[in-house]
Design a protein around this ligand. Sequence first.
Ligand SMILES: [Zn+2]
Length: 609
Amino acid sequence: MKMNKVIAAALSVLKPKPILTISDWADKYRYIARGTGPEPGLWKTSRAPYTKEIMDAFSTSANIVVVMASSQVGKTEIALNMMGYYMAEDPSPIMYLMPTEGMASDFSKTRVDPTITACKVLNTLFQQNAKKTDNTIELKTFPSGYLALYGASTPTKLASKPIRVLIADEVDRYPRELKGEGDPLKLALQRTTNFWNRKVLIISTPTVKETSSIVEWFDKSDKRYYNVPCPHCNTYIVLNWDSMKWETDSDGNYIKDSAHLECPSCEGKIYDGHKEALLQDGVWIKTDLNKNIPGFHISSLYSSWVTFEELVNEYIEIADSEDNAKMREFLNLKLGEPFEAIVEDLDIELLESHKFEYDAELPEGVLYLTCGVDVQDNRLEYQILGWGENNQCWVITNQMIIGSPEQDDVWDSLDGVICRGYSFADGRKLPISASCVDSGYLADRVYKFTTPREHLRVAAVKGFGGEGIPIINNLSSKNRTYTKVMKVGVDAAKAVIYARLRNHTKGKNYIYFPLNITHGCGDEYYKQLNSERRVLDLKHGVKRFIWKKIRDRNEALDTFVYALAAYEMAAPNLEYIKEQLANQQFETEDDDDYADGEENLISSGIKLY
Ligand SMILES: [Zn+2]
């Protein structure tokens, strides 16, 4: 630590006092390389006037500046201008921190290198260097400083160097917590504490409100919003989506050129054509005078590179699709607003409307079958799901095979379940095309069943909880029997299932339940499906969502998760299957033919995909 202080002191003594602000420097020296920014050529702060005060906040006594922003407002250009300034004008040890190492190295190659090449003053810094090792993808050394481009997911590197200038980009995508190391942003900030004149930019589009780092930092700031004068009444207003209006024709289609903001004061219409003048006359206004950290919020409504019309068209398309994930993205990326997670209970009563009379084992619409299996000490539980177009899902059956899974007979029974055809009312059949068996308990016994059936897409799986783990992960075979086991991100799977259970509009992303009790979906089934809640949890000072069991038994939810994982794993081409199924000969034989063995199935049913 002492050494760091010595270096810090030495560097600050050697430095000439900077005269230019970052915006001055950028207007004078910063070139945007062709193909890397909205407008190649010399950077002009006046093209995005709201960026001036953000960048120049570093010329004040402020050590930390927070920016919560949408995409397309020049966020990355602000960061690159800051980087260039502290390389050329006020040389310092700089860390540019991205969410992952891969993103950092991409950013280094596609944005940082072209910026250095395009800006003469930056290029000169490196020409003075003789050694090639001084300029690598992740570390660029220049006189009196260096630029380290790291990923927030690699803790060893975060702790390795003293840093005066930290650019923490896309902080909402950093891992919440590194194993045994804590919050990566805090780790990086610790590297800067030896510098009295440290300069830290914390910048990101927000994600989920309750767990968002950028929302937390913005809350610690003086929360500035860009106010622009209404062209009609001259009142200074903040542009927000609530004021966005447009007109539609009698069919409900958007009428071209009608998108505008309505002034909350005079109800005057503000169109894209007004924007340039508005932005020039805008001022940042603090909304929390008790805080000292400069904090800025800016959305693409202010962007010089996005029109109101484009935003409205995008919004209409998403609203029509009823896709919550896309709406959330629109809120985060276009409006720079966090998304409030809905931590609501599942209304079991409403699931009543999801129950339908199936006219056969398989109702029309099903194109693909998957099975999820859970292993308990005295039984196996399985659930078969049918999948159709647009992620429609039909619960086909939910059953138990009673008996100890240490005995062969329960596995023989499961074999019968997996290797038979399931019938539509007209006699056509579908096989189960993919299955996932939980190997969390009696793993060796599970492998004995799955390994010889890998060609039938029967996979041993292991569930992992935790935010950010995708449903499907690579197969790993690091266990002692070298059996392939697939890691299933159960939290991601549950989030998908619960979102679809809350969708009460038949069609896309809808789940259908069988009315007839022989399909195994009685009251207990629905209670089990509703056995977990997504709650906000605070652990080691880090806020995150976890799934909490509210009932002891939840096998129906587990087998649903595994059957969904099987579907995601197989990723079938449903269009092709639909064609094949339409051409299938109507079966007339007795169903019993399918009761034992896969050979029957492959010759009589349709082929496995
Ligand atoms: Zn007005």
